[in-house]
Design a protein around this ligand. Structure first.
Ligand SMILES: CC(C)=CCC/C(C)=C/CC/C(C)=C/COP(=O)(O)O
Length: 282
């Protein structure tokens, strides 16, 4: 009997097992004309056997398409593609394997009994600092309290940026539908249904976008600017430590947040635009 491995590789290569006269299995390729001693065993005469071989799935599949030559043997093109997986495919699956392995190794605060479980409460504080609700509430409060037109403009645009971020991340999560790491405990506060998905990290996009926003629109002393950058980096890193995300979710989240800020600049709501919009509504 051929081993299951031999059987499956035979199926992939387009050959079929058949028993020889001595009861042992021999493999013949469906894309080649079988040797005469096997042809005689397959049918009453060589012509019938050759006809059966020409009806094989490989021949049928390859009949309409072009073929490639490998060492003198004609193979259907789709089989050649299976035998030569693309470099990009191999690179992507290797990256994903490294991502899964690294994310699991770094998820040291994923629960209380993890190796760094004692710092989990601190990581959850960092998580809250990058959550959408405090940021939306903070921006709305500052808008309400601001008595200068410039301050109101900045806060209104920060609000718009935060809403835009929620929408874009939500759409992306719903499209990609990547599951969160298996070691994640889903005990986050205030989540949408799409937050069951992992890619990209909403905290990372928000942290990157808000950091750029604050650095561009607030006059901050150098130590505070450094603090803003450190905060954004730490929010992203804490997502992996908490086991909430894979490394690639966070890295992509940072890129996405960075570009989202460019979009905010393009869509910037100026008082002139606002007044004309309000005027058109009336
Ligand atoms: C006013 C209103 C509807 C606010 C919604 C804010 C909200 C629930 C944001 C979700 C924030 C969140 C849990 C994102 C998930 O972040 P990941 O880093 O885990 O992707």
């Amino acid at each position: 009997m051929p081993s299951p491995k031999a059987r499956s590789s035979a199926a992939r290569s387009g050959s079929v097992p058949c028993t020889g006269g001595n009861g042992r299995y021999e493999f013949i390729s469906l894309s080649r004309t079988p040797p005469p001693h096997l042809l005689q065993r397959q049918g009453s005469d060589p012509t019938t056997a050759r006809l059966r071989a020409s009806e094989s799935p490989n021949r049928r599949r390859g009949s309409g398409s072009s073929t490639s030559s490998t060492g003198g043997q004609q193979l259907p093109e789709e089989d050649c593609m299976k035998l030569n997986p693309s470099i990009i495919g191999i690179a992507l699956s290797s990256l994903l394997a490294i991502d899964l392995w690294l994310s699991k190794r770094l998820g040291v605060c994923a629960c209380e009994d993890s190796s760094w479980g004692s710092v989990r409460p601190l990581m959850k504080l960092v998580e809250i600092s990058g959550h959408g609700i405090p940021w939306l509430a903070g921006a709305a409060y500052c808008l309400y309290k601001s008595d200068s037109a410039a301050g109101q403009e900045v806060m209104l645009n920060l609000l718009m940026a935060l809403v835009l971020d929620l929408v874009l991340v939500g759409v992306m999560k719903a499209v990609v539908r990547r599951r969160r790491p298996a070691h994640n405990r889903m005990d986050m506060f205030a989540t949408f249904s799409v937050d069951g998905y992992s890619f990209p990290s909403g905290h990372a996009t928000r942290a990157a976008m808000c950091a750029r926003f604050l650095l561009a629109h607030l006059v901050l002393a150098a130590p505070l600017r450094v603090l803003v950058l450190l905060w954004a980096t730490f929010v992203g890193f804490s997502r992996v430590l908490l086991g909430r995300h894979h490394v690639t979710d966070v890295v992509f989240g940072f890129f996405m947040g960075y570009w989202q800020y460019n979009l905010v600049e393009i869509l910037w709501l100026s008082p002139v635009v606002l007044q004309s919009t309000i005027g058109q509504l009336h």
